[in-house]
Design a protein around this ligand. Structure first.
Ligand code: 5AD
Ligand code: SF4
Length: 461
């Protein structure tokens, strides 16, 4: 197979894969390869997700689809968490795969491509002690909103989860490396940075003065970068939601009023079986403190229904915690047994029909809450970050501070902050009218005052 000249990267799963996909693209471009349209690339990288069975199986149907009409195929690389979990098993099952590269080894992708071009199958799922980040090229052009991985891996070992096995142990990137990369992203056009980590709020490092800092310290340092208008972070664990970080939500203007804090279940028995090491009540108390610091904060979460042994009453406890919290957004999943995790072999696996029925009930409640949250912003004035063109002429789409998509008629360029009045709300997006910025006055990057925003507590769907 000749050395590829063009590439395509397809990322599945979480935002960290999106970030890794961007870094792989930069790496290949630095080697002289050019990005190509789907179907036309000499090299296709499938950047895979292993979190649930459905996601993991997708890679095999994707591989099948890469065959061209004339019977030829591109060079195929499987990257990401399926690569890490299944390694050399992948080419055994799908012989057209040339390269397997894990999430901690992708800085070696160019060398692996060379191997494959020389006719050797190349598998690299090492988790080297030295971080891959140092071996990656500089950041390049950016859209208005960028991801930045600051922490990877997980030491929590929830019994359903593959992440500790596919992404490895918790590692924080050093302070200076993160700040340098954030500056480079802003120089390249980013107005918003979302800090990423499987347990991002467990981030820890030493600042220039040798002082130990947590994620809040890092956020406060990023807040001082000129031109960076918005900071977000995801995903967090309730047990790592420390006082300083909670306080930052009330004090740092660029830190957006949005928190993704998964709880997974409302039943203490299930939470124990999941090894979550917190109770439903402890989670609620954390949120109480967050809301006290930032009353208008939009809350989001992850839920798993049908965990092994989950009874109807235990499932109802999940509905109950959802009612108590009132989420602006959420992700919910049927439990999916993952090979090698403790829960996969637990007794009392819940039948698919029961899981389906519970998921439907949970999602009905979560959808109603999301719609209620969106509706409560109608009539409010706020700021959006314009991120892309809308479908209709003259329309742009931006994000509200609460991460809602807002459609607006405006000719403001991508990356600008535009004041809007929210006039209409649907389940997944809002419509707003732009407020003209008189005399070039730019809108401050602050949401409407908290007291103008929906009083979430006590709001029932
Ligand atoms: N089955 C179903 N959902 C899972 N998640 C993680 N592992 C599993 C699994 N085995 C969900 C959790 C997690 C999110 C990223 O994916 O809710 O927070
Ligand atoms: Fe998985 Fe639990 Fe770690 Fe989240 S905290 S990545 S769910 S093991």
């Amino acid at each position: 197979m000749p050395n590829p000249r063009t590439f395509q990267i397809k990322s599945f799963g979480c935002q960290m894969n999106v970030y890794d996909g961007e870094r792989m693209a930069e790496l290949l471009e630095a080697e002289g390869l050019a990005a190509a349209a789907p179907g036309e690339a000499d090299l296709v990288v499938l950047n895979t997700c292993h979190i649930r069975e459905k996601a993991a199986e997708k890679v095999y149907s994707e591989i099948g689809r890469l065959k061209r009409e004339d019977g030829s195929r591109p060079m195929i690389a499987v990257a990401g968490c399926v690569a890490q979990a299944e390694g050399a098993e992948i080419p055994r099952r799908a012989p057209s795969v040339d390269i397997v590269v894990g999430p901690q080894a992708y800085h070696r992708l160019p060398a692996l491509v060379g191997e494959a071009a020389a006719g050797r199958r190349a598998v690299d799922t090492d988790m080297p002690l030295a971080s891959k980040f140092g071996a990656l090229p500089k950041r390049r052009r950016q859209g208005p909103s960028a991801f930045l991985t600051v922490q990877e891996g997980c030491d929590k070992f929830c019994t359903y989860c593959v992440v500790p096995y596919t992404r490895g142990a918790e590692v924080s990137r050093p302070w200076a490396a993160v700040i340098d990369e954030a500056r480079a992203l802003v120089d390249a056009g980013a107005k918003e940075i979302t800090l990423l980590g499987q347990n991002v709020n467990a981030w820890e490092g030493e600042d220039e003065g040798g002082r130990t800092q947590g994620l809040d310290g890092l956020i406060r340092a990023l807040d001082r970068i000129p031109g960076l208008a918005r900071i977000r972070y995801t995903t967090s664990h309730p047990n790592d939601m420390r006082e300083g970080l909670i306080r930052a939500h009330g004090e740092v203007e660029t830190l957006m009023p949005y928190l993704h804090l998964p709880v997974q279940s409302g039943s203490d028995r299930v939470l124990r079986a999941m090894n979550r090491s917190h109770s439903a009540d402890r989670y609620l108390r954390v949120l109480e403190r967050v809301r006290a610091a930032r009353p208008d904060i939009a809350l989001s979460g992850d839920f798993i229904v049908g965990f092994p042994g989950e009874t109807e009453a235990e499932f109802e406890a999940t509905l109950e915690i959802v009612r108590a919290v009132n989420y602006a957004q959420a992700y919910s999943f049927k439990y999916s047994p993952r090979p090698g995790t403790p829960a996969a072999t637990m007794e009392g696996q819940v039948p698919a029909e029961v899981q389906d029925e519970r998921l439907q009930r949970l999602q009905a409640l979560l959808n109603a809450q999301q719609l209620a949250f969106n509706r409560a912003t109608v009539g409010k004035r706020t700021t959006i970050l314009v991120e892309r063109d809308g479908k209709r002429p003259g329309q742009r789409v931006g994000k509200s501070p609460w991460l809602q998509s807002v459609h607006v008629k405006t000719d403001a360029p991508l990356g600008s902050l535009v004041g809007v009045d929210v006039v209409e709300a649907g389940p997944n997006s809002l419509r707003g009218t732009a407020i003209p910025a008189e005399g070039g006055v730019s809108f401050r990057n602050v949401p409407a005052r908290p007291e103008e925003i929906p009083a979430f507590a006590g709001m029932t769907a």
